[in-house]
Design a binder for this molecule. Structure first.
Ligand code: AMP
Ligand code: MG
Length: 328
């Protein structure tokens, strides 16, 4: 069985090798500011097929394509409107993915047959260096088996896909920790397809008031499956921070606490505190690593405290809910 090489992203030689692997149709996992991506040449349908195979991702779930310069947009998107460009000026490079009409030369497998393509320009220096060196746009979903928790460090990628990628660029922990915000522009209004680290308030600042959050808690977008980002251990979201869960007799339970928990700690076998001060950025950064640690303990159930759905809290609760679907 093949085992991925893990190389330090700080070494230019690692980037050179990674770029060569991308150009020759292989798979490279690399850090971005959100989570680690599993990358392939977006214009090579066979290479992209390897992403779906490695992740066991269903072919109806489209990928985000990563670029390093605006010039590469012309290869991928038919046109951009004034609103798209305003968003790019404000948030690129950064954690905002924009859905645009696709060009015919983008293989259908990338977009799951849709006539649109999701594009992002990551800000992480390693992601930028890799895309520039490869000289091609890179299609990259999160580098984890389909439906599992996204990876925020090289070890997470190795744990989940170590025998399915050619190379992992180790660039340390991802500074943001939750996936990009996805938006699509129609008739100069904006629809939020997936909440992420660019917040609704930040989008509204740029757009005025015309940002529509997708209704309810289910975000309607192709591939936005209700159950996603899920641990093997069932997750129940508590009514409020500090709420006492109805733990079953002999149930071995873990607690995912948003901030330093108060009393009742003795009922849990393990507790992960995401941020002692309840800071949303710190919570987002630690969320997936903490879920993975709790998941590795073989407990019967994890109880997760909710946070306010303001700002980054919207993305954090979206991920927690997808993790908890069908297990409550
Ligand atoms: P991942 O890269 O695993 O975070 O997932 C990327 C997500 O982007 C998919 O699950 C889709 O929901 C979304 N996406 C990708 N392409 C499109 C598109 N053309 N239109 C709408 N959403 C998209
Ligand atoms: Mg994913």
């Amino acid at each position: 069985m093949k085992r991925a090489q893990v190389l330090p992203a700080s070494d230019p030689e690692s980037i050179r090798l990674a770029a060569e692997i991308i150009r020759s149709g292989g798979l490279v996992a690399f850090p971005t500011e959100t989570v680690y991506g599993l990358g392939a040449n977006a214009l090579d349908s066979e290479a992209v097929a390897k992403i779906f195979e490695a992740k066991q991702r269903p072919s109806f779930d489209p990928l985000i394509v990563h670029i390093a310069t605006r010039a590469s947009l012309d290869l991928l998107a038919q046109k951009t409107g004034a609103v798209d460009r305003r968003l790019m000026d404000a948030f690129w490079p950064g954690p905002l993915t924009i859905v645009l009409p696709k060009r015919d030369n983008v293989p259908d497998i990338v977009t799951a047959g849709l006539s649109t393509i999701a594009i992002r320009m990551p800000a992480h220096p390693v992601a930028q260096a890799l895309i520039l060196n490869a000289g091609v746009p890179i299609a990259a979903p999160s580098a984890n088996p389909f439906c599992y928790v996204s990876p925020t460090c090289a070890q997470h990628v190795l744990d989940g896909l170590g025998d399915r990628v050619d190379l992992i660029l180790d660039g340390g922990s991802c500074p943001i920790g939750v996936e990009s915000t996805i938006v699509s522009v129609s008739e100069s209004s904006l629809e939020l397809l997936r909440p992420g680290s660019v917040t609704l308030a930040e989008l509204r600042d740029i757009m005025g008031t015309s940002v529509r959050a997708a209704a309810g808690t289910t975000i309607v977008a192709p591939g936005q499956l209700p159950r996603h980002y899920a641990t093997k251990t069932p997750v129940t979201i508590l009514r409020a921070p500090g709420a006492r869960p109805a733990i079953q007799a002999r149930e071995r339970a873990g607690l995912l606490a948003m901030s330093a928990p108060g009393q009742e700690n003795e009922m849990f076998c393990a507790i992960e505190v995401l941020s002692s001060s309840g800071d949303l950025r710190e919570i987002a950064r630690n969320l997936f690593a903490a879920l993975r640690r709790l998941d590795s303990l073989g407990l019967d159930r994890l109880y997760a405290e909710p946070c306010d759905e303001q700002g980054l809290g919207l993305a954090i609760m979206d991920r927690l809910r997808r993790c908890a679907v069908h297990t409550q």
